[in-house]
Design a binder for this molecule. Structure first.
Ligand SMILES: [Zn+2]
Length: 567
């Protein structure tokens, strides 16, 4: 038995379906973003289970938009003025062009792999809607009515999305998956640094890894106006490798290789605490956690190791290889995740406002070529990264002067873009005009501050400082974005450099030495262990050690060491 519906009810249902559909289509881009947030591998860069705020904010925004469209339709119909009705029909068809263009932009700029067929199909639909507008103006409604029917049918998309995303949430990982692995107990009877004792490492070691620290831009081809006095001073009393080759071009791969001392050819996040790595000489993917790492090996040498790190969720993967661990995972490392972080930061109400604000900006972007860029999000990532820097810095400074720590590894989120420092003002004012060079100045400042802390605590002479990087500045990732200038296009014209800084200031040594043979930075972890064992205490020993591991030795006493602005 079916209930007969009055024409008025039928009309209301139809209006509701069309309004909901139009609202949903206008927010189509949000669904793409939410889709990007699904998938267990993304959890690797989260600090908590996925938040429901992005989905809820989108649903509520969609509801608000539905009500607005519905009310406008009522008002137009209630007025009964023909010109207003025509205007509303034109508006409806024009509004349908927006989601089509959104899809086109998304594929062209965000995903970067739209094909001619997709573009042609979308353009054909655009033209059809445009001709519908012309028809409406001439009093013919054929295309308009067809578009209305299609829109009403597309209301079915909303429940489909909901069922799809609800299913995704069901398989999300539990909160416990985001907990750090329990640290090792500090080794007992460990004498304080500075005194001789049993099982004591020969030297304390602090390994500073500066993300995206580029040898060529910092030292070999330093540009006028770039001043790095602390680094120059340090290089003038250190063993300096001028041709250390990065282990990989990206943090995900370069850092595991460095810490395992094994070259991986591929790395892939699997879940909140698992990174799979593929050794270059193997076909199988292995869990990075089960691979050897420099901290576990240091422990076997009687060393209390601490880690302060960025991007990787180090403590969930390697926390049980260390006596102390602190990390700041890469919660802004992809656009989708940065959006989630932004939404969580703003709360539900702020996120709903952001949905409308971003859609509006994206609509305005249809008329320019900046479409893919989300300005508010970029600025948020910049400021978030700066906060991460502060926390990592403070923690690293604290552990660096703790004599109970024999080996500290600290991975800093700088000079990795965006720029989080202003070199001219010598402060942390955030700006769109600062560049990679400002972040280099922050590296310099960090090294200087750490040095003074060690000096004040009387640990400078007994501590070996090693400065390196995971990879150099990446053109593909940053060009054309915020904090990028044409100067960097020119500097990276001939390609990006695979050479990373390698500065080893051995405890108690202050004679400069330059090692200019090429070697892979993969040896860094092993060298740290050799220093901890007391096998490398002089520049000559460092050179011989690297040469033995990697090839012929070429070391020179440098008369004007380093820091110079050689061409
Ligand atoms: Zn990196």
């Amino acid at each position: 038995m079916s209930l007969p519906l009055s024409p008025a009810i039928k009309q209301s249902v139809r209006d509701l379906l069309i309004s909901a559909s139009l609202a949903n289509l206008l927010l189509l881009r949000r669904w793409y973003d939410i889709e990007d947030l699904q998938g267990i591998p993304l959890n690797y860069f989260r600090t908590h289970p996925p938040s429901a705020i992005p989905l809820n904010a989108t649903l509520i925004a969609s509801g608000i938009l539905t009500v607005i469209v519905l009310l406008l339709a009522r008002i137009v119909r209630g007025c009964g003025k023909q010109w207003l009705l025509t205007f509303a029909r034109v508006g409806f068809l024009a509004a349908l062009i927006v989601p089509l263009e959104t899809v086109r932009q998304y594929w062209n700029y965000q995903k970067g792999h739209a094909d001619w067929t997709t573009n042609a199909a979308l353009l054909a639909l655009d033209l059809l809607l445009a001709s519908g507008i012309v028809e409406v103006l001439r009093g013919r409604l054929r295309i308009f009515i067809a578009a209305e029917r299609v829109a009403a049918c597309m209301a079915a998309m909303l429940p489909v999305f909901l069922i799809y995303f609800a299913g995704m949430h069901a398989e999300a990982q539990h909160e416990a998956a985001y907990h750090a692995r329990p640290p090792l107990p500090p080794l007992p009877g460990h004498p304080a640094a500075g005194r001789n004792g049993v099982n004591r490492p020969a030297s304390r070691v602090i390994w500073l890894l500066f993300d995206e620290f580029d040898q060529r831009l910092a030292f070999d081809n330093r540009q006028p106006g770039v001043e790095l006095p602390e680094l120059d001073r340090l290089r003038a009393e250190s063993f300096v490798g001028t041709h250390a080759i990065q282990t990989a071009g990206f943090t995900n791969l370069a850092v595991p290789s460095l810490l395992s001392g094994r070259v991986y050819s591929h790395a892939e996040a699997a879940d909140a605490s698992t990174l799979l790595v593929q050794p270059s000489d193997s076909n199988s993917m292995l869990s990075w956690r089960d691979q050897p790492n420099v901290f576990r090996r240091a422990r076997e040498q009687g060393v209390n190791a601490a880690l302060v790190g960025w991007h990787h969720p180090y403590c969930r993967v390697l926390g049980d290889s260390l006596t102390r661990c602190f990390d700041e995972a890469g919660v802004t490392s992809s656009d989708a995740l940065a959006e989630e972080t932004y939404f969580v930061d703003r709360g539900l109400a702020g996120s709903i406002a952001a949905v409308f604000e971003w859609r509006w900006n994206s609509f305005l972007g249809l008329f320019s070529r900046s479409e893919g860029m989300n300005h508010a999000l970029t600025r948020f990532i910049q400021s978030h990264q700066q906060q991460q820097y502060f926390r990592i810095r403070d923690r690293a400074y604290r552990d660096a002067v703790d004599p109970r720590i024999d080996f500290l590894y600290a991975h800093f989120p700088t000079p990795h873009l965006y720029a989080i420092y202003d070199a001219q003002r010598k402060d942390f004012t955030l700006s769109e005009q600062t560049t990679y060079f400002d972040n280099l100045a922050l590296v310099d400042r960090t090294v200087g501050e750490l040095r003074r802390k060690l000096e004040q605590d009387g640990l400078w002479d007994t501590t070996t400082l090693l400065i390196s990087a995971d990879h150099g500045l990446r053109y593909v990732l940053w060009h054309g974005g915020m904090n990028w200038t044409p100067q960097f296009d020119r500097l990276l014209e001939a390609g990006q450099s695979p050479i990373v800084p390698f500065i080893l200031k051995l405890g108690g040594e202050n004679k400069p030495a330059v090692y200019d043979a090429s070697f892979s930075a993969i040896v860094t972890g092993d060298l740290v262990l050799a220093v901890l064992r007391g096998e490398v205490t002089t520049a000559a020993q460092a050179a011989a050690w690297i040469a033995e591991k990697t090839g012929p030795q070429r070391v020179t006493e440098s008369p004007h060491p380093v820091g110079g602005t050689s061409p």
